[in-house]
Design a protein around this ligand. Sequence first.
Ligand SMILES: [Zn+2]
Length: 498
Amino acid sequence: MTLIRNAIVGGQRVSVRMSSMITAMAPDLTPLPDEAVIDAAGTYLLPGLHDHHLHFFALAAQRRSLDCGPQAVTAAGTLQALLNDAPGAGWLRGIHYHESVAGPLYAAQLDAWISHRPVRIQHRSGKVWMLNTAAMRAVCIDEYKALEGVECDANGEPTGRLFRMDAWLGERIDALEELDIGGLSRHLTRLGITGITDASYTNNAAQQQQLKQLCNSGAIQQKLYVMGDGSVSAGPRKIMLDEDALPPFDQLVTDLRLAHEQDRGAAFHCVSHLELVFVLAALDEAGLHPQDRIEHGGMITQEMIARLAEMNLPVITQPGFITVRGEQYREALSRSELIDLYRYRSLLQAGIQVIASSDAPYGPVDPWQVAAAAQLRLDAQGVCIGKVERVSASDALSGYFRWPHDLSLPPRQTAVGSPADLCLSHIAPEAYTEHVARLGASVLQCPTKAGVSAENAEESPICATFIDGKPVYVRADLDGAGQNEILGKKNAAEATFL
Ligand SMILES: [Zn+2]
């Protein structure tokens, strides 16, 4: 049992007792013997935040990557320092490299900088990985010289450059060993995130099993809701659409009918107008399921707003894209397209349920940053995109309080009988709106940089997070020294997998 005292819920100062559920709530409760007590010091006790669209493994990979591109490093010396200063002893993974940093990269050059641990750096085009000798040895490159993609010099020796060999490299390097799954999960607790929906279309039964094991072992502490292909046993069927290569219409309708027969909704990756038109036509044909949902809704015209409202389809949007991709959008899109871009307020006004989420690692993962982006709609240059689509940060945060398996249910509450997945915040969501309005663009961190250095968890208003009633994060300044380390992983037997 854990007791939180001096927390603010609904404007009242209360004590909250919890096991995996909230069991008691009163103005003051006396601690029981052996009960862990946390003094909330007048902070706000909120339901834990659930991110309804992110990609866990891709986010873990990004966190482990060093930004070796021109935005982060501008000369060979700083790149060398970046590589040598990286903590740990295993593989190093760099991304975004461009020749403007230090010219073309080969193993010999990399070895001169760092030779004691395997290093691979990806070119920002995504086409080529550059390995040092330790890395080449680790993947036994000598046995694979004949493979197309392994570049060799005049003497037939590999140069360290591997072209279009991502899948092969992935098989050779144990991806999980390289990823700091537990570290990512802990990072999410620092943002108040107690649940996530993994929206990767590549999820299949094996991937689901892997995620489940990571939850059961306690490496992933959050409650996990997984969508994926037809082999995934629960959660919406993820339908990936690409307007340049749409699936046969009849095939999509058949897939939808099958998912609906299994009592599964469908989650449509839908960023363009054409993709949305295609999806709505397929749903007209196949019929609707209450858990059908539109992911992104990147382009929604006025006519489509009415249709979405009619069909009662929720839109899982990512306001953070305005911050990180705004400049690209302004360059690539016409004036009228910018009006339809990642709409929010006009959808709400039409009665459509809109849920803000991160789509991390492609957008910023911090819910408070996402909410600020929804309120400000500023790109990295400070230009406002779609002013009329702005919503308050607290409206954007409210989506994070929804239940993952049924977005139409009333939001989760801090009340007796509710799951004890909770967080303490210095700022109430309503007051956060004011906070964002006051600080303006300065509240938006630069979220484009990859890697651990971009994590500014201390900026988050979250000061403690609880999953199944156990403190999984307590900020040192909340309750004096020492609290920070009472945490550890939750008991494996109590891990929950939705
Ligand atoms: Zn996504």
